[in-house]
Design a protein around this ligand. Structure first.
Ligand SMILES: O=C(CO)[C@H](O)[C@H](O)COP(=O)(O)O
Length: 217
């Protein structure tokens, strides 16, 4: 089964968590694009969606799914998003699509975070995939130096500007024994907007696509 078919299978399996009248938090990426497509036919049964990126907002609009302002929604019942890596404790690396800050905000606002992935995303230890950090542009070099002190190798994702007008550093070379501690340390560096480690707020349910879809809860 191709990687994209696995993503589609996981995304379609996530639909069972959508209930009538819900406001659904929606992540970003190619797996989430399958989820948005599956959500389309339910547009009249849900109140709407809260989006984590311009890309997902445009997709939701194309399917006539109302996109709501998180500030007017309070706590969301459900957030569905993909990931770049997922460990057995459902801690994640996210931000391959540069949407990590808004993804973190919507995940934090949700009671249940359902993460949809293909099998290649499952790892024992986070860090094979670089860890993205969104930084305020003027702090790029400062943050990069601090990351080197923490043993990482920062690479500027040159040319990429986030939906918030910031830049991304991708940190290579880490095998992350304590993701929560590292998340906390990175968050303390001035100029860091968000780091794509989701350890303080891991997923609640992980759906792994495949011929047999696996649901880890
Ligand atoms: O964090 C993300 C975007 O910022 C995505 O969820 C992550 O990059 C996975 O993407 P895809 O579903 O395309 O494999």
């Amino acid at each position: 089964m191709s990687q994209d078919s696995q993503k589609k299978a996981a995304a379609e399996a996530a639909i069972r968590y959508v209930e009538d009248g819900m406001i659904v938090g929606v992540g970003t990426g190619s797996t989430v694009a399958h989820f948005i497509e599956a959500l389309g036919p339910l547009r009249d049964r849900i109140e709407g969606a809260v989006s984590s990126s311009v890309q997902s907002t445009e997709h939701l609009h194309r399917l006539q799914i109302p996109v709501l302002d998180l500030n007017a929604c309070g706590t969301l019942a459900l957030y569905v998003d993909g990931a770049d890596e997922c460990d057995p404790a459902k801690r994640l690396i996210k931000g391959g699509g540069a949407a990590l800050t808004r993804e973190k905000i919507v995940a934090e606002a949700a009671r249940r975070f359902v993460c949809i992935i293909d099998q290649s995303k499952q790892v024992d230890l986070l860090g094979h995939h670089p860890v993205p950090i969104e930084v305020i542009p003027m702090a790029r070099s400062l943050v990069a130096r601090e990351i080197v002190r923490l043993g990482g190798q920062p690479v500027w994702r040159d040319g990429v500007v986030t939906d918030n007008g910031n830049w991304i550093l991708d940190i290579h070379g880490w095998r992350i024994a304590d993701p929560k501690a590292l998340e906390q340390q990175i968050n303390q560096i001035p100029g860091v907007v968000a780091v794509g480690l989701f350890a303080r707020r891991p997923a609640d349910v992980v759906i792994v696509g495949g011929r047999e879809v696996q649901i880890l809860s």
